[in-house]
Design a protein around this ligand. Structure first.
Ligand code: PGA
Length: 257
């Protein structure tokens, strides 16, 4: 089955509202409406409403947030909630990005709560999974991503799991210029697809987009997209420049797999 490819930009701690306005001016001029693909922009929470305002005439482009707190509301100074995200027009939430896990110490148990909360709010979680270099070298990559996926979907029902997205982002490939080979990406995407199939059945699992992320750029985007089981791309650094990002979101798989 061929899924509509998903191109998600993770701007991380970059792009002020002013930057985002100039980004959109250029990006929208270069990027006509896309019917056959889903484009998602994930700015910081502070920049989010500038982006949703700028996309008022472009409902084909979705907006997402990079994180939400694991509780719906309460005394959590500095955090953002899933309901706030939904209220300002976000449709997607990145959950468990490797920087949340490794820089901010977020645990699998938090991913369980966050994915359930996001799905209950009827937003789409993009659950990010990926192994460290040490884990890959010790042959544990598949076990690690299976564990992270199991935690993420533990409190979601099967319909919610069928409506989510996954992103495989090997930690050693993020922001390093080292990309997984298309074969390595496909192997792990296959592991994730099989684990999903065990939980929700093959047909439903085939409909869950599994994105690859980690040093994607305009030079390698098409090759990665051509790999079996790679249904889209989650892009950090290379999504910041409107020309480069426009060229990435317009790329297609190079083979007829
Ligand atoms: P990168 O980041 O494209 O800069 O490697 C990807 C990500 O962290 O989502």
């Amino acid at each position: 089955m061929h899924l509509k490819p998903v191109f998600a930009a993770n701007w991380k701690l970059n792009h002020t509202p002013t930057d985002a306005r100039s980004f959109l001016q250029r990006f929208l001029a270069l990027t006509p409406r896309q019917q056959d693909r889903t484009i998602v922009l994930c700015p910081s929470a502070i920049t989010l409403t500038t982006v949703t305002d700028g996309l008022r005439d472009r409902p084909d482009i979705w907006v997402g947030v990079q994180n939400v707190h694991s509780e719906a509301q309460g005394a959590y100074t500095g955090e953002n909630s899933v309901l706030m995200a939904r209220d300002v027009g976000a449709r997607v939430v990145l959950v468990g990005h490797s920087e949340r896990r490794h820089v901010f110490g977020e645990t699998d148990a938090m991913m369980t709560k966050k994915c359930a909360l996001v799905a209950q709010a009827r937003l789409t979680p993009i659950l990010c999974v990926g192994e460290t270099l040490e884990e890959r070298e010790s042959g544990a990559a598949a076990t690690v991503v299976e564990r992270q996926l199991a935690a993420g979907i533990a409190e979601m029902d099967d319909t919610q799991v069928g409506a989510m997205m996954l992103a495989y982002e090997p930690v050693w490939a993020i922001g390093t210029g080292k990309t997984a080979t298309p074969e390595d990406a496909s192997d792990i995407h296959g592991v994730l697809r099989r684990a999903l199939a065990e939980r929700i059945g093959e047909k439903a699992a085939a409909g869950v987009p599994i994105l690859y992320g980690g040093s994607v750029n305009r030079g390698n985007a098409s090759t990665l997209l051509s790999s079996p089981d790679v249904d889209g791309l989650l892009v950090g650094g290379a999504s910041l420049d409107p020309d480069g990002w426009s060229s990435i979101v317009r790329s297609s798989a190079t083979s007829t797999e």
